[in-house]
Design a protein around this ligand. Structure first.
Ligand SMILES: CC(C)(COP(=O)(O)OP(=O)(O)OC[C@H]1O[C@@H](n2cnc3c(N)ncnc32)[C@H](O)[C@@H]1OP(=O)(O)O)[C@@H](O)C(=O)NCCC(=O)NCCS
Length: 197
C-alpha cells in the first residue's frame, strides 16, 4: 500500500494559528518550502534570536508535531509619496503599520498561505489596531529575477488587496517590492460584529 505523504488529507480549516513554541526546532524537521531560505530561517537560530530580542513575533500552524506554515509580524512604518488619507483630512504621509515579515508554507499543504494572510489581517485588526494606532499592514514582497519565470510575490499579495507603495518602481533594486493593505474596512466590520453580539 502506498505510504501517505505528510499532511495528506488533513483539513486545516479548524487548526488554529498559534504562537511559536519552544519546540520549534523539532517541529520544523522535514519542513519543505519552495524557497529554501524560508526553511533555514525557521530551522536556524535567527528566528529564536529575533523572538527573544522582541524584534518579531512568529505564529505557526502545526499538525501532528509537524510545522505546516508560519508567519512573522513586527512593528513598521508606512511611508508613501502622496498623502493617501487626504479625503479623511489626514495630510501626513508616514503611518504606523504592522509588517508581515516572513511567510511560508510547507509545499505539501494547499491554502496555507491564504490561511496565514487572512489570519494576520484579522489578528492585527482585532488585537492590535484597537489598542495602538496601526491601520496598515505592510509587506516586502519577494522579487527574484534570477529564476524563470521571475518570482514575484507582489502578484500574490495583490490578490488580497495589497497595493504598491510606489507603483512606478519598475524593478526592485533590493529584491523586494513594498506593499501595503488598509485594514480600516476590516476593523470597522469586526467592531460592528462585536456591537451586534
Ligand atoms: C507564498 C506561499 C506562502 C503561498 O502559500 P500557498 O499555501 O502555497 O498558497 P495559497 O494556497 O495561499 O495560494 C495558492 C495560489 O497562489 C499562487 N502563488 C503561490 N506563490 C505565488 C507567487 N510567488 N506568485 C504568484 N502566485 C503565487 C499559486 O499559483 C496558487 O494559485 P491558484 O490559486 O490560482 O492555484 C508559499 O508558496 C511559500 O511558502 N512560498 C515561499 C516563501 C515565500 O515566497 N514567501 C513570501 C515572501 S514575501
Amino acid at each position: 500500500m502506498p505510504q501517505k505523504t505528510r499532511f495528506e488529507g488533513v483539513n486545516f480549516d479548524d487548526i488554529p494559528v498559534v504562537e511559536m513554541n519552544p519546540d520549534i526546532v523539532n517541529l520544523c524537521r522535514g519542513f519543505k518550502c519552495k524557497r529554501p531560505e524560508f526553511q533555514s530561517y525557521i530551522g536556524g537560530n535567527l528566528i529564536k534570536t529575533e523572538s527573544e530580542s522582541i524584534l518579531s513575533k512568529c505564529f505557526i500552524v502545526q499538525y501532528d508535531g509537524h510545522l505546516a506554515g508560519y508567519v512573522t509580524l513586527l512593528a513598521d512604518k508606512l511611508v508613501v509619496k502622496d498623502p493617501i488619507l487626504l479625503n479623511e483630512g489626514v495630510a501626513r504621509s508616514t503611518f504606523p503599520a504592522i509588517k508581515i515579515g516572513w511567510l511560508a508554507a510547507d509545499r505539501r499543504v494547499k491554502g496555507m498561505g491564504q490561511k496565514l494572510i487572512k489570519w494576520a489581517m484579522e489578528y492585527v485588526a482585532s488585537n492590535v489596531s484597537d489598542k495602538i494606532g496601526a491601520r496598515f499592514l505592510t509587506v516586502d514582497a519577494l522579487y527574484d529575477a534570477d529564476v524563470e519565470p521571475h518570482y514575484d510575490m507582489s502578484v500574490y499579495y495583490s490578490r488580497y488587496g495589497f497595493e504598491y507603495v510606489n507603483e512606478e518602481e519598475p524593478v526592485p533594486a533590493d529584491g523586494f517590492r513594498s506593499m501595503y493593505f488598509d485594514l480600516l474596512p476590516l476593523i470597522i466590520g469586526l467592531r460592528d460584529l462585536h456591537v451586534s453580539h
